[in-house]
Write a protein that binds this ligand. Structure first.
Ligand code: ADP
Length: 399
C-alpha cells in the first residue's frame, strides 16, 4: 500500500467533532499528523487544528450569518485538510460509531444499506448514535467519493460467550436486542494489540483492563479476545463514572417512577448527568479536582470508585477462571497514581503489590517484582485503532 495516503478519523458528538489525520507509514501501520476539533456545532462553531507537538496549525470561527450546518463544516474541514497534506492523498474517513448491534463484530465500509441498518440502532444508543451517523451523512454529502468506514465501540465484544451477553429477562426481549453489548471496544482492542508488545507471554493470557476516563468500564480479555465487560445494554452500566451511576439496582428506577413521579427523561438526566463521582461528591466529576479537594464527600467518591474497580476485577477474573495481568488506561488510569495505588491495595488479597516509584512514573510496569500478577499502565489510542481499521477495511477495495 502506498505510504502517500492519509486517513481522516472522526469522533462526532452532539455539539463537537474531534478529528485526527493519520499518514499511512506502511501496511497495518499509521502515524498521526494532525489533531483537532470543531466545537460549538449548532451554536457558534469553532475549528482548531494542531500538529503532533500541539502547535496550532489552523483556527476558524463561524459568524451567525454564515452557513454552518454539519455539511458546511465537514466540507470546510476536508478542504482544510487537503490543503495540509503535503502531497499525500486523503483516501478514506474512519468514524467512531458507538453501536454496531449484534451483527457487526468488525468495522464496515459505509453503504446506503449499512447506514439504514445503523439507523436502526439509534434507540439502543440515543445519546451518541444519531451524532455519529449525522457526521457520516454530512461527509457523504460534502464528499460523496470519499470511502467511509464505521468502527464500532461494541464490535470487540461480539465474541463474548452468551452468558456474558445475556440478561435474565424473558427471551423475547433478548431477541429484540435487549442484551449486554459492552462499549469502549476500540480502546480494549488497542490495548489487546499493544500489551503483547510489552509482555509477549500475555498475548495468550487472562487480562483485566480498566479503561478509566470520564466514561469508565472494564473488560476481561483472554488470549486477545473480550470475554466479559462491565458495560452492558448502554454505557451506563458497570463502574461509577464522572457523572454516570454505573451498576444500580433496577428497583431504584421503579422507586423513582412511583414515589417521585419521574419520567424517562428525568431519570435519564439523573443517571447520566447528575450521578457518579459528581453525584456522590457534590464537588466535581473530575478526578483531579476530587483528589485535591478537602471535602470528605470528595474522598468518599474516590473511595467508591476504587472499591468498585477492585470488585469488578474479581468478577472479571472469575469470568476468565483466573487473572494473569491488570492494565490501567484512559485519563484516570494513565495519569492518576493515587487511584491505581488504592485499587492495588484493595487487590492485595490477589497478591497485587504496586511499586510506588514506578506507579508515580506512570509505568508502563507499575507492580513490584514480588507482585503475584504484573500491573501495567498503557496509554490507549482509539483514534489509531480507527485509522488501522479503516486501512484494513479499504484493503479489499484496493486489491
Ligand atoms: P474521556 O472519557 O472524556 O475521553 P479521559 O480519558 O480524557 O476522558 O479522562 C478524563 C478523566 O481523567 C477526568 O476525570 C480527569 O480528571 C482524569 N484525569 C486526567 N488527568 C489526570 C491526573 N493527572 N490525575 C487524575 N485524574 C486525571
Amino acid at each position: 500500500m502506498s505510504t502517500g495516503n492519509a486517513i481522516l478519523v472522526i469522533n462526532a458528538g452532539s455539539s463537537s467533532l474531534k478529528f485526527s489525520v493519520f499518514r499511512e507509514t506502511g501496511r497495518e501501520s499509521v502515524a498521526v499528523a494532525i489533531n483537532g476539533q470543531i466545537s460549538g456545532i449548532g451554536t457558534a462553531p469553532k475549528f482548531e487544528a494542531k500538529d503532533t507537538h500541539k502547535r496550532p496549525l489552523g483556527e476558524r470561527s463561524w459568524g451567525a450569518d454564515e452557513p454552518s450546518d454539519r455539511t458546511a463544516l465537514l466540507s470546510f474541514l476536508l478542504d482544510w485538510i487537503e490543503g495540509h497534506l503535503d502531497g499525500a492523498k486523503l483516501v478514506a474517513a474512519g468514524h467512531r460509531v458507538v453501536h454496531g448491534g449484534t451483527r457487526h463484530a468488525a468495522p464496515v465500509l459505509i453503504t446506503p444499506a449499512v447506514m439504514e441498518e445503523l439507523e436502526g440502532f439509534v434507540p439502543l444508543a440515543p445519546l451518541h448514535q444519531p451524532h455519529n451517523l449525522a457526521a457520516i451523512r454530512a461527509l457523504a454529502e460534502a464528499h460523496p467519493e470519499l470511502p467511509q468506514v464505521a468502527c464500532f465501540d461494541t464490535a470487540f465484544h461480539r465474541g463474548q460467550p452468551w452468558q456474558a451477553q445475556t440478561f435474565a429477562i424473558p427471551r423475547e426481549l433478548t431477541e429484540e436486542g435487549v442484551r449486554r453489548y459492552g462499549f469502549h471496544g476500540l480502546s480494549y482492542e488497542y490495548i489487546a494489540r499493544r500489551l503483547p508488545e510489552l509482555a509477549p507471554a500475555l498475548g495468550d493470557g487472562r487480562v483485566v483492563v480498566a479503561h478509566l476516563g470520564s466514561g469508565a468500564s472494564m473488560c476481561a480479555i483472554h488470549a486477545g479476545r473480550s470475554v466479559d465487560s462491565t458495560m452492558g445494554f448502554t454505557a451506563l452500566d458497570g463502574l461509577p463514572m464522572g457523572t454516570r451511576c454505573g451498576t444500580i439496582d433496577p428497583g431504584v428506577l421503579i422507586y423513582l417512577m412511583r414515589q417521585k413521579g419521574m419520567g424517562a427523561d428525568a431519570i435519564e438526566k439523573l443517571l447520566y448527568n447528575k450521578s457518579g463521582l459528581l453525584g456522590v461528591s457534590s464537588v466535581s466529576n473530575d478526578m483531579r479536582a476530587l483528589l485535591e479537594s478537602a471535602d470528605p464527600h470528595a474522598a468518599e467518591a474516590v473511595e467508591l470508585f476504587c472499591f468498585r474497580i477492585a470488585k469488578e476485577t474479581g468478577a472479571l477474573a472469575s469470568s476468565m477462571g483466573g487473572i494473569d495481568a491488570l492494565v490501567f488506561t484512559a485519563g484516570i488510569g494513565e495519569r492518576s497514581a493515587p487511584v491505581r495505588a488504592r485499587v492495588g491495595d484493595k487487590l492485595a488479597w490477589l497478591g497485587v503489590v504496586i511499586d510506588p516509584a514506578a506507579n508515580e512514573a506512570n509505568g508502563p510496569l507499575i507492580s513490584a517484582p514480588n507482585s503475584r500478577i504484573p500491573v501495567y499502565v498503557i496509554p490507549t489510542d482509539e483514534e489509531q485503532m480507527i485509522a488501522l481499521h479503516t486501512q484494513e477495511a479499504l484493503d479489499p477495495v484496493a486489491a
